[in-house]
Design a protein around this ligand. Structure first.
Ligand SMILES: Nc1ncnc2c1ncn2[C@@H]1O[C@H](COP(=O)(O)OP(=O)(O)OP(=O)(O)O)[C@@H](O)[C@H]1O
Ligand SMILES: O=C(O)[C@H](O)COP(=O)(O)O
Length: 474
């Protein structure tokens, strides 16, 4: 039997699920016709493995619950239609690719998320416990979970929330461990739903598991895929601001994004690396191998001049904080090839003052995409704060913010503006900033590896054929 809705009326038309949302307007907002949608899954009495991006915990605490809140509709929809929830998310980056070790820290546990969900939904979630090996994490999903699954099916508990997916040895593995985890995850459930737009990396819980279960895009995923089109087809001039810490996953897309924008503004570790490559300086914390990668971008920009450089940066002797006498503002025009600098930890707000190229670029933009925390938080917030204010002064541009820390810092630095922005048609908040960069690189929202995997699963389970056979609008 196909895993899709199977109720038909007397004319053989597939019935819409009366009480649920089946109102994605394909004409207004076309999603890929082969992308299996949650609305079309048969969920009655099914255990649903739901992958979300609840990567909102820092030092054991939730700083901004936005990325949890936007998945509540998917959860409610699943429960309301008879599904039973097994939820999973990653928190942080416990796996160190360089040393090949995995560090399990309790302050990256999902407990705070589960506490929040229980308060919000008023239902009880169980977090199963598995044996954790030092430097290797969790090897296997222990069969003891079967008791919990039984309780879940019997409605003795409201849901199960698995431990941080990146604590599993097979999550980021490419070999046997990955295959093992994919099979073990799939064995827990009848259906898989991906609502984790922000987690585009093809890991086991976002990608490989789809080989073993009928898989669907959740409601948050669908909204994000629809909205990202506005960034792919922007009103011009289009300015992108990319900053922050995740140099490794963001430098790749950056050269492709360069081709799409009218202006690019860099900050954070990405800017430090760019400055080293362009001005031949050494900045503490920037690795030589990363500078080599940034050289392509510098070359490209020598010809096209799209990068608007933030002229004033903040140098600090320590990463411990903003300590009087240990930090200073530098102008990049004073950089001399071969010179060594301490940590560059922020841009000075003066970089955004009227009259600067950066200010002119932001003032005249019609579309602005922001995946940017300009400085090392929480001490060096001044550059990010000024950036947010400067962007807001442009009242005509369509403004897109995306990224866990980007949203969280926007909220903590300008709470009033952040809440107004959530309701403003001039702003849109994406749950993943790196994901939007990846979409821009692929030039196609459905080119994300995780979305391609959902489409492939639909092919394997006959979704396209089922959909072609539906005569009523679904
Ligand atoms: N110059 C800097 N040196 C060190 N860390 C920095 C610097 N500038 C910013 N950061 C850190 O970058 C982090 C944010 O970067 P990150 O790439 O994770 O952004 P994000 O908005 O979460 O994006 P995404 O959701 O796409 O991962 C913050 O924790 C901030 O402290
Ligand atoms: O915070 C994020 O950007 C997402 O949760 C993705 O995290 P990742 O870049 O570590 O995959």
């Amino acid at each position: 039997m196909v895993p899709y809705l199977n109720q038909k009326d007397s004319n053989g038309n597939v019935l819409r699920v009366g009480y649920t949302v089946d109102d994605h307007d394909q004409e207004k907002d076309p999603l890929h016709p082969s992308l299996p949608l949650l609305q079309h899954a048969d969920l009655e009495d099914k255990v649903v493995l739901l992958r979300v991006d609840h990567n909102v915990v820092k030092k054991g605490k939730i700083l901004d619950q936005y990325r949890i809140d936007v998945t509540l509709a998917t959860m409610y929809n699943i429960i309301e239609r008879g599904g039973r929830l097994v939820i999973m998310s990653h928190v942080g980056r416990p796996y160190d690719k360089k040393t090949n070790t995995l560090t399990v820290k309790q302050d990256e546990a999902v407990d705070a998320i589960v506490g929040y969900l229980q308060r919000k939904l008023r239902i009880k979630f169980a977090i199963p416990k598995f044996h954790i090996f030092e430097k290797e994490g969790i090897h296997d999903i222990d069969t003891s979970i079967n008791w919990l699954i039984q309780d879940l099916r019997a409605r003795k508990i409201g849901g199960i929330y698995l431990p941080n997916t990146r604590w599993f040895a097979g999550e980021e593995d490419k070999g046997e461990k990955m295959e093992r985890l994919a099979v073990q995850l799939a064995a827990l459930a009848d259906v898989y739903v991906n609502d984790a737009f922000g987690s585009w990396q093809p890991h086991t819980s976002t990608y490989h598991v789809t080989k073993y279960l009928p898989s669907f895009a959740g409601l948050c995923m669908q909204d994000e895929l629809s909205n990202v089109r506005a960034v792919l087809e922007p009103k011009r001039p289009f300015v992108a601001i990319v900053a922050g810490a995740k140099y490794d996953t963001k430098i790749g897309p950056l050269t492709a994004i360069y081709r799409r924008v009218d202006h690019l503004i860099l900050g954070g570790l990405i800017y430090n690396t760019f400055l080293c490559a362009k001005y031949g300086v050494k900045i503490k914390g920037v690795e030589d191998s990363d500078i080599v990668l940034a050289k392509d971008l510098v070359e490209q920009d020598r010809n096209e001049g799209k990068i608007l450089e933030l002229p004033y940066v903040v140098e600090s002797d320590t990463l411990e904080g903003r300590i009087e006498g240990k930090f200073r503002t530098l102008h990049i025009k004073d950089f001399k090839p071969g010179e060594d600098y301490q940590f560059i930890v922020d841009v000075d707000p003066a970089s955004f003052e009227p009259g600067t190229e950066v200010h002119k670029g932001l003032e005249s933009a019609k579309t602005i995409f922001v995946n940017a925390v300009m400085g090392l938080m929480p001490s060096f917030w001044h550059g990010t704060s000024k950036m947010d204010e400067t962007i807001d002064q442009n009242r005509t541009a369509q403004k897109f913010f995306g990224g866990g820390d980007t949203l969280q810092e926007f909220k903590s630095l300008h709470p009033g503006l952040y809440h107004a922005a959530l309701d403003s048609p001039k702003y849109y908040m994406f749950t993943g900033g790196g994901t939007v960069l990846k979409v821009l690189e692929e030039a196609d929202p459905f080119g994300l590896p995780t979305v391609k995997a959902l489409i492939a699963s639909g092919e394997a389970y006959g979704y396209q054929k089922w959909r072609a056979g539906c005569t009523s609008k679904i």
